[in-house]
Design a protein around this ligand. Structure first.
Ligand SMILES: N[C@@H](CCC(=O)N[C@@H](CS)C(=O)NCC(=O)O)C(=O)O
Length: 248
């Protein structure tokens, strides 16, 4: 039975699932979905929820990056995505939850806010994707889709500004997980894949780079996802951007 991963191209959540499958050495086929339209397509494919990543594996349908990490460990225990030691496992679960619930969404909002300013930037994030329509056409006609995605993700000016303001504290927490060895240790774990992909996505936005590139978090992304697709040139009003950390 074919294992199939449903993604939206360059989705950080979906990329974490793809990296976990690769780490396990599980062969799979990828179905690329257009944002927004993905919701209906997932329903048609038989998934109850409306987001990617969504995985069909061994007759099961699993949706959500955290559910997928657990299912993969159950279906194929080696190499494990969670440590056997209960305390170490609890730390990885905490970091994974932080990545899933706190770190992913502000970055999603910033990206959609930036696409709203210039939808041509979608092109780089769609590189290599097979979405059933030529990427150029999808971009040309994609205005309403970007508007809808901004609505779904509440990518408003107020929220984009708040997401930028929240970023230094979120990055501090990533650096703290690295410093205490929860992530970026010798053996990769589910939280590594969860968090590294968000940092990788963040580094595709030129405005965010100075906030990240001197941090340990940048090395984490470089280790797990050195070639994240997409690029967003400076877009946000400079007054919205937090100060870059002082370099020692
Ligand atoms: N925290 C969830 C988030 C899933 C999520 O929101 N995925 C986004 C892509 S990053 C999505 O499917 N959005 C629907 C859309 O853009 O239409 C996870 O990690 O699975």
């Amino acid at each position: 039975m074919t294992t199939r991963l449903y993604v939206i191209p360059a989705s950080h959540a979906a990329t974490s699932a793809a990296l976990m499958l690769d780490y396990k050495g599980i062969a799979y086929k990828r179905t690329d979905l257009m944002p927004v339209i993905s919701k209906g397509a997932l329903r048609v494919a038989g998934f109850p929820g409306m987001t990617v990543p969504a995985l069909k594996i061994e007759g099961e349908k699993i949706q959500g990056s955290c559910k997928i990490s657990r299912a993969l460990d159950r279906i194929q225990p080696d190499p494990p995505l969670f440590p056997a030691d209960p305390d170490a496992r609890a730390a990885v679960e905490d970091a994974e939850r932080f990545g899933d619930e706190a770190l992913q969404h502000p970055l999603r909002q910033l990206l959609w806010w930036a696409f709203k300013q210039d939808k041509e930037n979608l092109r780089g994030y769609s590189e290599g994707a097979h979405m059933g329509v030529p990427v150029g056409l999808a971009i040309k006609t994609g205005g309403p889709l970007v508007a809808l995605a901004c609505r779904f993700n509440e990518a408003t000016d107020v929220n984009a500004r708040a997401a930028l303001a929240a970023l230094p504290a979120l990055l501090d927490r990533v650096d703290a997980y690295i410093a205490d060895g929860t992530i970026d240790g010798e053996a990769p774990n589910a939280a590594d894949f969860q968090i590294a992909t968000s940092i990788g996505l963040a580094l595709t936005l030129d405005d965010l780079k100075p906030l990240i590139e001197t941090r340990p978090a940048a090395h984490l992304a470089e280790r797990f996802i050195p070639d994240y697709p997409g690029h967003t040139p400076p877009t946000f009003p400079p007054a919205w951007l937090p100060a870059a950390p002082a370099v020692a």
